[in-house]
Design a protein around this ligand. Structure first.
Ligand code: FAD
Length: 451
């Protein structure tokens, strides 16, 4: 390995390379520490060399050298994944994509961008043309667009525009293969699913195309209700009112201790709904809140939110909720739960009753292939691995699907089964099995191309 690394490094002339302990440690981690189970398994994993290309031509050189020297390659975007997606299990090269970040072309309804661009920078560029992204994770400041496509699923905006996999949200992907003579493969339409959520195991995404929508000056709204049942009833009922909402999230009152910046806007004796509402629909939204027995405590533009030292609504839901809690109480971890159709709020109330102080709840409304899908990302008091899996079985017995955030393979987490199309594509894009080894159960060493 040492000789291969030295030979690889010697070929990186003109490309930034790091192999000092501190950099290797930092770039070998992501947010897996949300899970005590993953933390134990992954905290000591280290890459052996970080390489930071700035152009697609340099990515070619990295891919070629890694293939010829048979070195594992773990791609890294912003490093904000939660499941150790960009933690190298077998050392080797960490390919940092964050300098491959050019916004190539913005046209009405579409953007082409290099995969290492940070999402917030991309969204800023798109806003300058009066448009906005269809969705983003709450980690938008650090996360890259390539990392979102290869490691994420959806997020803020998904209530309005669906998940990443839904039609035309991602329109184009340009991939570099890891071979002595790397190839470019271009994917369009449904074929993009070959690399989506594949954890960088089957090709280096260097460029992507994304759908855009005209920009809206979203109003960030907090509404309070006297009971989580009332908050849930409102959030499920308001979906049928034809209002234009980018985000819709219910957060129960026990979270107020972790949302200190919100002060009286989220007191400990009320349950909250946070939303991003189109200005034209704000008065109707307010009226619906009042009909549901609630009160709007703020309705502000993003700029006003910052001026008042509050937090934007997109940092009050999805997995940012876990982050807020963990900053104050390290005893928490979490789960990802999808509810069966049709959604029954009574099930949530039974779960809240059953799990008492062991679980705190919030619910995220999204659309998947056009229909509303409700997710929860409850905080879970960590009692040990056996207890975690007993809890998962209980929630599954309720009819819920669990996307397990305590495992690092694609299949054990969200996907459940081996995606044969992704594995077939891996044979083409990573014939030596060098990319992010250990992250897919669909690949075994015998499948690698013979020497
Ligand atoms: P990384 O963590 O760097 O990488 C993710 C995976 O993609 C890795 O397997 C990596 O190898 C691979 N990869 C990265 N770049 C490339 C590339 N160019 N080519 C091929 N493979 C590549 N996720 C959501 O989907 N929705 C959310 O709402 C959400 N909220 C979050 C909130 C918090 C507080 C945290 C900590 C995480 C959240 N996440 C969410 C998870 C994560 O932040 C996002 O999925 C994010 O978009 C990942 O981007 P990244 O650049 O940080 O990817």
């Amino acid at each position: 390995r040492a000789a291969a690394l030295a030979a690889f490094k010697a070929e990186m002339d003109g490309i930034r390379v790091h192999d000092d302990e501190k950099t290797l440690e930092l770039r070998s981690r992501d947010y897996f520490w949300y899970s005590p189970i993953l933390n134990e398994q992954l905290e000591d994993c280290r890459g052996e060399l970080v390489v930071i290309p700035t152009s697609q031509e340099e990515v070619f050189r990295v891919a070629s050298a890694a293939a010829r020297h048979r070195l594992p390659v773990t791609i890294r975007g912003g490093g904000t994944g939660n499941y150790g997606q960009c933690v190298p299990l077998d050392g080797g090269v960490i390919l940092d994509m964050t300098r491959l970040d050019k916004v190539i072309e913005i046209t009405p309804g579409h953007v082409r961008v290099e995969a290492g661009a940070r999402i917030s920078r991309l969204d800023d560029a798109v806003h300058e043309t009066g448009q906005e992204l269809l969705m983003y994770p709450s980690t938008r400041t650090l996360a890259t667009i390539g990392g979102f496509i290869a490691g994420g699923s959806g997020g803020i905006g998904s209530f309005r525009n669906g998940m990443l996999r839904d039609n035309d949200n991602v329109t184009y992907a340009r991939i570099v293969t890891v071979e002595p003579e790397p190839q470019i493969i271009e994917l369009h339409g449904e074929a993009i699913n070959k690399i989506q959520h594949a954890y960088g195991t089957n090709g280096i995404l260097v460029e992507v195309g994304l759908g855009l929508t005209p920009a809206t000056e979203w109003v960030h709204v907090a509404a309070l209700f006297d009971g989580y049942d009332a908050a849930l009833d409102f959030a499920t009922g308001v979906q049928d009112q034809g209002l234009d909402l980018y985000l819709l999230t219910c957060v129960e009152r026990r979270f107020s201790a972790y949302y200190r910046k919100l002060k009286d806007h989220f007191p400990a004796d009320r349950d909250a709904v946070f939303a991003m509402v189109a200005p034209a629909d704000l008065s109707r939204f307010r009226a619906e809140v009042e009909n549901g027995g609630g009160t709007v405590t703020f309705a502000l533009t993003k700029e006003e939110i910052h001026q008042q030292g509050l937090q934007p609504a997109y940092e009050l839901g999805w997995n940012h909720t876990t982050l807020q809690a963990l900053k104050i109480d390290k005893g928490w971890t979490y789960l990802q739960v999808a509810y069966p159709h049709p959604f029954d709020p009574a099930l949530v109330l039974r779960q809240m009753q059953r799990h008492g102080d062991e679980l705190f709840w919030h619910h995220e409304m999204a659309r998947e292939q056009g229909r509303v899908q409700i997710f929860a990302l409850p905080l879970v008091r960590y009692r040990g691995k056996d207890e975690m899996y007993a809890l998962i079985r209980e929630l599954e017995a309720d009819g819920c699907t669990i996307f397990d955030p305590h495992v690092y393979t694609i299949e054990d987490g969200g996907m459940k089964t081996i995606d044969d199309t992704q594995i077939a594509f891996k044979k083409q894009a990573d014939p030596y099995g060098l990319m992010n080894p250990g992250k897919t159960r669909g690949w075994t060493p015998e499948m690698a191309l013979a020497e």
